[in-house]
Design a protein around this ligand. Structure first.
Ligand code: NDP
Length: 485
């Protein structure tokens, strides 16, 4: 039985679905049809208070459990998610418009990976012992307290779990606010965690616009904020958190370079460029949207790319054959079409796409611009849609310096058969996540995050533990303690 798209209630607080229809209504739209599939309500101040009180209370008891006990809950939740992957993926597709061919392998499954990974790590968290002559010291790795997670709309389940799993593993409680565009799947995660044994109040979900997130960040009971969103929102959230010296993780936007050398395997490089631009209809923060192609391979690259894009299947995202879905919203499609118009106006050569297909929903044909230069708007700004900008280059040094000439620093990739050059390039890239002869793979075992304006902190891997826990140093005197007078 597939999940109903209308949730039982808008919020999940203290182990239960909760409604307060006094909150502003938020219609939930299926992007492939424009049809309303649910309605949720923004959290009222009373519900925000309820969630904060529940999380604060629950966190104290959760933090003193053994790590192995916390981990067991997370691993049980991972198993439940895997068993329900199909239904969760359908719900994610209804909410985001992403093709089922993607959501089946990249959303709930990624959440399950995070829960499994951090569930396993929970029992291993520890401090260290430091011998100081006959005295000694030790460190305790402690939870931060109540953490707030704020998500974007492109990977709602994944984001909810990438923040929740390490937070809970370390003994924190979480209040998660999904993007108002995609409110459905975080509720399922909360429900499943509860079924798996998470105590009431440990993982809460509040719906709403930015103000709900802002209200949570401003509350002194909140110890940490982890945001996945755009750079301008990141600056606002970081500043608000700084006012009370809160911990932050900022996973922000990008305009990442993908550098393809003449000696690259052509089909692998084209695959890299496709996955770096059109997966999730281009709505991926780490996308390699500035594709630098060395002049010797440029004509062959563009020809093969155009040919392969002819095999893309745009259509109903619930059809397993579909590989290109719609944009998340009419608004986002408008933004992307604005960038396409700018690309044409500023003199980039439209190789393919650039059009809105004649069908319902918020579709845009996958778009490739060639002859893009370093000053064009489509080369400078994050578009967050299916728009690839192809730039030419001659030398390695030129490619590296132009690749780094951006305020962003999330990801970067290189395709080449020259192994030494590949490692020189990644050593030179100013980016948090780099790829050699691959792109956009984000296994939970590998830290993920940005440099420069693309953020601070890391998600995933053992690195995330440092961002959801703090060390307390304890000095132990073993003999008489002396003062000078
Ligand atoms: P936004 O920055 O618009 O919003 C992100 C979240 O922050 C939303 O839930 C939003 O709520 C909330 N928010 C907005 N203003 C505030 C505020 N003042 N205080 C607290 N919360 C606030 O991003 P989008 O949802 O449009 O997502 C796209 C962006 O996310 C792109 O830039 C993309 O690159 C980035 N991203 C980064 C990733 C990474 O891991 N580095 C991964 C995925 C996306 P509301 O929507 O209700 O306004």
């Amino acid at each position: 039985m597939p999940y109903a798209t209308q949730p039982i209630a808008s919020h999940f607080i203290d182990g239960n679905y909760v409604e307060d229809s006094a909150g502003a209504p938020i219609p939930v739209i299926h992007p492939a049809s424009g049809a309303q599939i649910a309605i949720v309500h923004s959290a009222t101040p009373a519900l925000i208070e309820r969630a904060l009180a529940a999380a604060t209370r629950a966190q104290r008891d959760w933090a003193v459990l053994r790590g192995v006990e916390r981990g067991r809950v997370l691993r049980r939740a991972a198993d439940l998610i895997r068993a329900r992957n199909h239904d969760l993926s359908v719900l994610e597709t209804m909410d985001t418009g992403k093709p089922l061919s993607e959501t089946l392998v990249a959303d709930a499954t990624s959440a399950a990976d995070a829960l499994e990974y951090f569930g396993g790590l929970a029992a291993t968290l520890s401090g260290e012992h430091i011998q100081l002559g006959t005295d000694f010291a030790y460190t305790r790795r402690e939870a931060l307290g109540v953490c707030v997670g704020i998500g974007a709309w492109n990977y709602p389940t994944q984001i909810a779990a990438w923040k929740g799993a390490p937070a809970l593993a370390c003994g924190n409680a979480m209040i998660f606010k999904p993007s108002e565009n995609t409110p459905l799947c975080a509720l399922k995660l909360a429900e499943i965690l509860t079924e798996a044994g998470a105590p009431p109040g440990i993982y809460n979900v509040l719906q709403g616009m930015g103000q709900v997130g802002a209200a949570l960040i401003a509350d002194p009971r909140v110890a940490k904020v982890s945001l996945t969103g755009s750079v301008p929102t990141g600056r606002r959230v970081y500043a608000a958190a700084a006012a009370q010296m809160k911990h932050v993780t900022m996973e922000l936007g990008g305009k990442s370079p993908l550098v393809i050398f003449d000696d690259a395997d052509l089909d692998s490089a084209v695959s890299g460029a496709i996955l770096a631009n059109f997966y999730s209809t281009g709505q991926v923060c780490s996308n390699g949207t500035r594709v630098f192609v060395q002049n010797g391979i440029k004509a062959a690259f563009l020809a093969r790319l155009t040919e392969r894009l002819g095999d893309a299947v745009m259509g109903d995202p619930l059809d397993p054959a579909t590989t290109i879905g719609p944009m998340v919203s009419d608004r986002q499609r408008g933004i992307v079409m604005g960038y396409i118009a700018k690309g044409i106006a500023e003199g980039a050569r439209l190789v393919t796409g650039g059009t809105i297909p004649d069908r319902p929903g918020y579709f845009i044909a996958p778009t490739v611009f060639a002859d893009v230069t370093d000053t064009m708007t489509i080369e400078r700004e994050e578009i967050f849609g299916p728009v690839m900008a192809v730039l030419d280059f001659d030398t390695e040094a030129e490619a590296l310096s132009r690749a780094n000439a951006t305020e962003f620093g999330l990801s970067a990739g290189v395709f080449t058969r020259d192994i030494a050059r590949a490692h020189r390039m990644v050593a030179g890239f100013q980016a948090g996540s780099c790829f050699i002869n691959a792109y956009n793979l984000t296994p939970v075992e590998l830290p993920f995050g940005g440099s420069k304006q693309s953020g601070i902190g890391r998600e995933n891997a053992q690195a995330a533990i440092n961002h959801y826990s703090q060390l307390k140093s304890v000095y132990v005197g073993m003999g008489p303690f002396h003062a000078p007078y």
